[in-house]
Design a protein around this ligand. Structure first.
Ligand SMILES: [Zn+2]
Length: 254
């Protein structure tokens, strides 16, 4: 996970249609809050608005086509998801606790609540999970402040994930025992098998390139191109940049 800089300008589909739909949902909820809480009534969120092509395009550009959580680039094999950091339809404090309805329905079309993610991170792992340090502080209606909530998941659009998540070789670990780092890794499956395998392969390749840059007698043009490749593989644009930066810094220090 790396820090994401989401553009300040809100896509017009969210500003116009999104706000209209949010107001309609808020009114519908006010008419019968209990029905939405017991699940007998559910919101019909309009995916064509929050996941409009313009929204997705803006998120992909800000995130360099990478999943906000695992830093994979899913587009060659799947569409990926426009995901809600605060879940819109239902919310769960932990896998073992019941789903509470409705979720943060008033943030379904809120630009500041949207991220691009791979389907694995979103649908297999994050789902409706959104643990808070103190679940009693959870906002349940639009007038409840979300600013006083203390989310456990790291939001890469609001804080630097490297303060909480580090890597031991290709495996993510909590930095300095960070509780939030540990819970984020666990809940989002950031140490899942296939992801670890992909990062391990990536790291081996990176290490070979690093060794090339240090190889005695290597022709200068090859050294330059290896150095250039090493630099590009640690920029924000590169897959698994958070891991690669830590690895290169470690090798350089040895
Ligand atoms: Zn992912």
């Amino acid at each position: 996970m790396i820090r994401i800089s989401r553009p300040k300008s809100i896509p017009s589909v969210l500003r116009k249609k999104g706000r209209r739909l949010t107001r309609a949902d808020e009114k519908e909820y006010q008419r019968d809050p209990q029905a939405f809480r017991d699940g007998s009534k559910r919101f019909a969120f309009d995916r064509s608005v929050y996941a409009d092509a313009s929204v997705k395009k803006a998120l992909l550009a800000a995130q360099h086509d990478k999943c906000a959580f695992c830093e994979s680039k899913p587009l060659p094999v799947s569409d990926g998801d426009v995901e809600h950091f605060r879940p819109k339809a239902a919310v769960q404090q932990a896998v073992s606790t019941p789903c509470e309805r409705p979720g943060y329905y008033w943030l379904a079309y809120a630009w500041h609540n949207l991220l691009f993610s791979c389907e694995r991170c979103n649908r297999r792992h994050k789902k409706s999970l959104f643990p808070l340090v103190d679940p009693q502080q959870r906002a349940r209606i639009p007038t409840d402040p979300i600013e006083t909530e203390q989310p456990i998941f790291i939001n890469p659009a609001e804080e630097d994930p490297s303060a909480h998540i580090s890597f031991r070789e290709h495996v993510p670990i909590a930095r300095n025992g960070s509780r939030r780092g540990k819970r984020t890794i666990q809940a989002l499956g950031l140490d899942r098998e296939h992801l670890n395998e992909a990062r391990e392969t990536h790291l081996k390749l990176l290490n070979h390139i690093f060794l090339l840059t240090r190889l005695p007698g290597i022709p200068p043009e090859h050294r330059t191109s290896a150095e250039d490749l090493l630099r590009r593989m640690t920029t924000d644009q590169a897959e698994y940049a958070s891991m690669s930066r830590i690895a290169v810094a470690t090798w350089q220090a040895q």
